[in-house]
Ligand binder design. Sequence first.
Ligand SMILES: CCCCCCC/C=C/C(=O)SCCNC(=O)CCNC(=O)[C@H](O)C(C)(C)COP(=O)(O)OP(=O)(O)OC[C@H]1O[C@@H](n2cnc3c(N)ncnc32)[C@H](O)[C@@H]1OP(=O)(O)O
Length: 663
Amino acid sequence: MHSGADIKEFGGQMSGPPLIPMIHAIEAASKPVVAAIEGIALGGGLELALGCHYRIAHSKARVGLPEVTLGLLPGAGGSQRLPRLIGVPAALDLITTGRHVTAAEALKFGLVDQITDHNTVNVAVKFAQRVADQPLDARRISTYPCLCPSDVAVLFEEVMQRVRRTARGAIAPIACVQAVRAAATLPYNQGMERERELMATLFTSGQARALQYFFFAQRAVGRWSMPSGARWDTSKPRPVHKAAVIGLGTMGRGITVALAQAGFSVVAVETQEKQLMEAKQAISGMLERGAKRRGVAPALDKINYGRNIQSVADVDLVIEAVFEDMALKKKVFQQLSAVCKPSTFLCSNTSGLDIDQLACQTRNPELVVGMHFFAPAHVMKLLEVVYGPKSSPLAVATAMQLGKKIGKVSVAVGNCRGFVGNRMLKPYLEQALFLLEEGATPEFVDQVLEEFGFAMGVFRMSDLSGLDVGWKVRMADGLAMPDPTTGQPTRLRQGRRYSPLGDLLCEQGRFGQKTGRGWYQYDKPGSQVAKPDPWLHSFLDEYRARHALVAHRIDHQEVLERCLYSMINEGFRILEDGIAAGPEDIDVIYVFGYSWPRHHGGPMFYAATVGLNKVLERLEHYYQAHPDVPSLQPCHLLRKLVASGSPPIQKWREVIKKVRSQL
Ligand SMILES: CCCCCCC/C=C/C(=O)SCCNC(=O)CCNC(=O)[C@H](O)C(C)(C)COP(=O)(O)OP(=O)(O)OC[C@H]1O[C@@H](n2cnc3c(N)ncnc32)[C@H](O)[C@@H]1OP(=O)(O)O
């Protein structure tokens, strides 16, 4: 197996002989060199194989040029040899996506010459003996002409446009297209020179550093720990064979699909007859479409539907996904505790309610954890596994393991309102509303956030998820009410600033995409094309006039800093409270759950890139201007990190430990 260069070395001195001259020497050799590929040949590993005269792969091998995912391009000749070997369209696909391909697909592309089920080295040796006398001139890929389709200019233009659209500001995919274009249009040596230039720019870029940090962050979150000291390597999960999902609304349906697709037997319970019928149809449709895409049989027979909670008596683990209402969830947990075997893990898909209150309803509170999926649950990669004060390491280990088995990136987090993701979203949303009150438009705020790299700005995202969701929560919290003395929507709650703008839209029945009106207007309910709404602009003008607010010019920098730094500040509070074990956990949650642009590494890595002292200074500035907004007040940990000389992110845990020990 060769997983390519040691990514840790990219930040410093690289060891070993320089790769490019070595590959050239192999290719120029007068004796045939046959690459035997077993396991994985990625990045530099595959580039080395491309310098060989022949490639034999084991049938289970995988190959690829994933450099783009690390903010790089295949910089050891890969961008020049691959298109010469497999053609421009296939090379563009592999290099711009970084996807791994199976040996069978590699054979189809002509990337390997033969595949075998036997010992690859033995087969390669026999192969070499067979071809020993054959001339090698036709085997040196760097000498091949780059075969291009007749409309190659159009192809490059189309690919470049697609890449620019989907890259959301990432530079590596664009450099990858430029490098392949050099292979298609320049002689090999000049192409190599272009590859070198492009690689030099990428290699030292902040984006490459962010993506390489994120590679390790993704792996670090698997090594979870709890404040009690329980850890991933000392806590064994219990196997889960049969699971249940309670409540087949949007989330329950997605969770059922995710479980069934991963091979689990699922009991899917919905007490409402009509809802059950609709859910069955929807789930079958999702399974069938998914199976068609993957070329497998749909896992329809994995699911048993029922209306009665008694039918979950023999399952190993239950995921409750009923409506987000504490009283209802408590009732369900009481029923589950009475019905299920004593060893059953009881999990809730709540997006922010108190796990401890649910655990208290059961006989075995240590078996209760949160499993917070993100919509659509069968697609989104993130799972927050939430432990309460009573949750056992066994329950956390089991939920983490289940998450892994259903293909999720699972992050263990502590119990607090909103957990990590939604807790940090609150100040972000709040700032966006305040910016509207002060003179911005939803279009401008969204444009700034989308230029930063979010898939969707905050208002388009709110319209997509439904404005009524947050409204119901705010009503339950006693926030979304007019001031009883004036009957006016109040802008101050419990001594802190509050914006009732979202509540006012909901009162007008503007719930977002599903009602065809929200922060934007849509052609019809359910349409996804958001258009600026003149009604909303007048509404904002009237609102400002009613509250004697004078609109001022808000610039790009203010939108970005207030939205992002308030969110980052909450991230530091989360670390200080021990809700997340480290900055990597927060960053992984934000990239996988909230479309934070991966090439910025995640909010905490971004803070480190901007400079903690700058984040602190800007928060102080905004807090001074808005002293009634506590989320802008820089938190203790941020101050402490700055006072400690802003150590690199890998060292934050040490400072966090000190701060927490002083609490
Ligand atoms: C001008 C300069 C010219 C320079 C030219 C340089 C040319 C070469 C460039 C490259 O090769 S770039 C690197 C390309 N390779 C990759 O991107 C592969 C990255 N790795 C993976 O995708 C996966 O790890 C895997 C290989 C598919 C294996 O996946 P699996 O799920 O089985 O294991 P993991 O948990 O992911 O990994 C295990 C362990 O190994 C560490 N690791 C894996 N690959 C690398 C690597 N390339 N460098 C450093 N470390 C690597 C990974 O972090 C895990 O470590 P622990 O978390 O267990 O400590």
